[in-house]
Design a protein around this ligand. Structure first.
Ligand code: ADP
Length: 159
């Protein structure tokens, strides 16, 4: 029997920040495998095109056989089941995140029986969000310090 624990880490990752990378690193200490799953909405193109978000992450994690990077649309629990994950990983930075994550975890559990494992943000990274990074970029700031050093997005971003 395969007793390995595989966790589904869903997000928009638009872009993938140091906060997300920290969760993946800490998740690898708790689970055997992680599926980093870039969720997208067919109606919205996002800031970085979803194909590029996936490509850059696959390249970034190419050296780590325990990490798989995919994209998905539709319900998170369906994608988690398709990839044979036994639970979902999420992060909480604040009470605002907590309330949001609690609601989704509850719905996901009712829909599928899948548990959500929540990791609290590293206090040094708890004010970091993809939306803050997009905002800084919009105003011409260098955003490299907020993203993992070897993560390279090639494609032009949408404004
Ligand atoms: P979503 O659009 O699904 O909220 P995000 O890409 O914004 O996806 O985030 C994915 C997960 O990572 C969420 O659980 C979010 O709370 C968590 N997260 C985002 N930024 C950080 C951070 N700086 N530290 C810890 N967790 C974070």
């Amino acid at each position: 029997m395969d007793n390995s624990k595989k966790v589904f880490f869903p997000g928009s990752f638009d872009p993938f920040t140091l906060g997300h990378a920290d969760l993946v690193e800490r998740g690898l200490r708790l689970f055997d495998n992680i599926v980093v799953a870039v969720g997208y909405n067919e109606q919205k193109s996002g800031w970085i095109p979803v194909e590029e978000r996936v490509r850059a992450l696959q390249e970034f994690y190419a050296h780590e056989p325990r990490i798989e990077v995919i994209s998905y649309t539709g319900l998170t629990v369906d994608a988690a089941r398709r990839t044979a994950c036994s639970c979902i990983l999420r992060g909480v930075r604040s009470t605002k995140d907590y309330e949001y994550e609690l609601d989704i975890a509850d719905i996901n559990h009712r829909l599928s029986g899948l548990e959500t494992v929540v990791l609290f943000a590293d206090p040094h990274l708890s004010s970091l969000s993809s939306s803050v990074v997009r905002e800084l970029s919009h105003f011409g700031r260098d955003i490299r310090e907020w993203l993992p050093a070897n993560l390279n997005y090639r494609i032009e971003r949408n404004k």
